[in-house]
Design a protein around this ligand. Structure first.
Ligand SMILES: Cc1ncc(COP(=O)(O)O)c(C=O)c1O
Length: 462
């Protein structure tokens, strides 16, 4: 192969640096650039392509953030090599030997509601055949009204015309971003963020920016500074029981964030998927600035993940735009699923299921805090996960590899870090889906053992 890289740029209306990143990732994927290949210097590439050095710098930075390349000081920039969160996750795809999987934020399946009973009840409804008709892209009005009632019970009062049915929260995030942003726009989020944001940003060609956090969520001054420096289009937040760091943003902080969003013309996406599990909710940013925010929620964590029913609330002026994107994404969602969820909302199943999940999570959180006493753990009484800051000298990836070797799977901070270079030494431990309380205790005890022991000499270096 050539000794140097000669990218072919397909601009297609995208900013030049994004086209360069795309060319790089295509050439890696097609095997034209092997791992360890040394890329031209920024100056060489800029001269070759007759573009500004700053554009190449931006492209290399973005490629590094995506884990496509890495810089090795004066030696230059190289393809791949360091494991990316994606390749790392792929390596974890095989089941863990002890069956203790703390990687995924899944709800406990044994607490799911009785689907057969719901289907029988729906089958008895005289108009059930109508669920086979094409519904409107925004969802049937009966289902939007049910969603409106659910939101109101959580503390968000909203006009049902502004409530839309989605296929879960991930779908909600995708359609909101598609409605509000264009390739090259910036989506800011917590510096450790739900990885689904990255997936959407990559799909739509958005740039990501992380905002520094403290124990109450993103820091207003950090957001303000970012908004002054860069043109932020969207701000994604998951402010209740945040995935992965478990913070709950108090109302005062939400007010401050809302004020900054107003001032800098930023559209907020407030993902409140875990808030039904809270005993008390502090209030929502979307309630403070309804004309500048989208609220998203789904049945996945609190009721049943396979139902794929979510709700989006949109600013009144964005209704049509959102309906168009929903139509473009799936034409319309299967109304049977929203029918099941509406039934469960009305007959009290949602409330009962949430209560049962909260009891189980409370037991898990208390047990985890006992077993991990003395370590830096952020726990919440009914949270799905724990955020464990690791003692020196563990990195998140190394600790995860060690735990994996001992039969326990956790998720390293690197997977959530918007800027991988800034990842802290931490792991997320999701307690929602382990098969039994015994598995939970065994897994946490293994984690405590790893923390208390000296680092194994034979730990795989990554
Ligand atoms: C914070 C957050 N938002 C959204 C989602 C996606 O939810 P859904 O299953 O409804 O698509 C998840 C799933 O893990 C999540 O943790």
């Amino acid at each position: 192969m050539d000794q140097t890289w000669k990218p072919s740029l397909q601009k297609e209306g995208k900013p030049l640096y994004i086209a360069l990143v795309r060319a790089l990732s295509d050439d890696i994927e097609k095997g034209r650039l092997p791992r360890g290949f040394r890329l031209p210097t920024q100056r060489e590439l800029a001269d070759q392509l007759k573009i500004a050095v700053g554009t190449v710098t931006r492209a290399y930075d973005e490629a590094e953030r995506k884990g496509l390349v890495y810089g090795d000081g004066r030696r230059g920039t190289f393809v791949g090599q360091l494991p990316t969160p994606k390749s790392f996750l792929a390596s974890l795809a095989k089941p863990v030997t002890l069956g203790i999987d703390f990687r995924q934020n899944h709800p406990a399946h044994w607490l799911d509601p009785d689907l057969a009973a719901a289907l029988q009840q729906i089958a008895r409804q005289p108009d059930c055949q109508e669920l086979l008709l094409y519904p409107p892209p925004s969802g049937l009005m009966a289902h939007r009204l049910a969603g409106t009632r659910w939101l109101e019970s959580l503390g968000l009062k909203i006009d049902p015309e502004n409530v839309f049915v989605s296929g879960g929260a991930q779908h909600a995030l995708l359609v909101v971003c598609a409605a509000e942003a264009h390739a090259g726009d910036i989506i800011a989020s917590e510096e450790y963020s739900f990885p689904g944001v990255k997936t959407v940003a990559d799909m739509l060609g958005l740039q990501q920016a992380g905002v520094a956090m403290d124990e109450d969520g993103i820091i207003p001054e950090a957001l303000e500074e970012l908004c002054l420096r860069r043109d932020i289009r969207l701000l994604y937040l998951n402010p209740s029981l945040q995935n992965p760091t478990n913070y709950i943003m108090p109302l005062e902080r939400r007010r401050q964030i809302a004020a900054i969003a107003e001032k800098h013309n930023v559209c907020v996406i407030e993902d409140e998927i875990l808030s039904p599990l809270l005993d008390e909710r502090p209030g929502f940013i979307s309630g403070l600035i309804p004309d500048r925010s989208y609220f998203i929620i789904s049945s996945s964590k609190s009721v049943a993940a396979g139902l794929r029913v979510g709700y989006i609330t949109a600013p009144a002026q964005a209704r049509q735009k959102l309906a168009d994107v929903l139509q473009g994404s799936v034409l319309a969602l299967p109304p049977l699923m929203a029918e099941i969820f509406s039934l469960w909302l009305d007959d009290g199943t949602v409330e009962k299921t949430i209560a049962a999940r909260k009891r189980e999570l409370a037991w898990g959180q208390t047990t985890a805090c006992e077993i991990l006493r003395g370590y830096q753990v952020r726990s919440q009484p009914t949270g799905y996960h724990l955020w464990l800051t690791l003692p020196d000298p563990w990195t998140g990836l190394e600790f995860t590899m060690e735990a994996q070797m001992r039969g326990v799977a956790v998720a390293p901070a690197e997977i959530f870090a918007v800027d991988r270079k800034a990842a802290v030494n931490a792991v997320r431990i999701s307690i929602g889906a382990v098969p039994s309380r015994e598995h939970l205790k065994t897994g946490l005890t293994i984690i405590a053992d790893i923390l208390s022991g000296s680092r194994r000499q034979d730990t795989v270096r990554v």
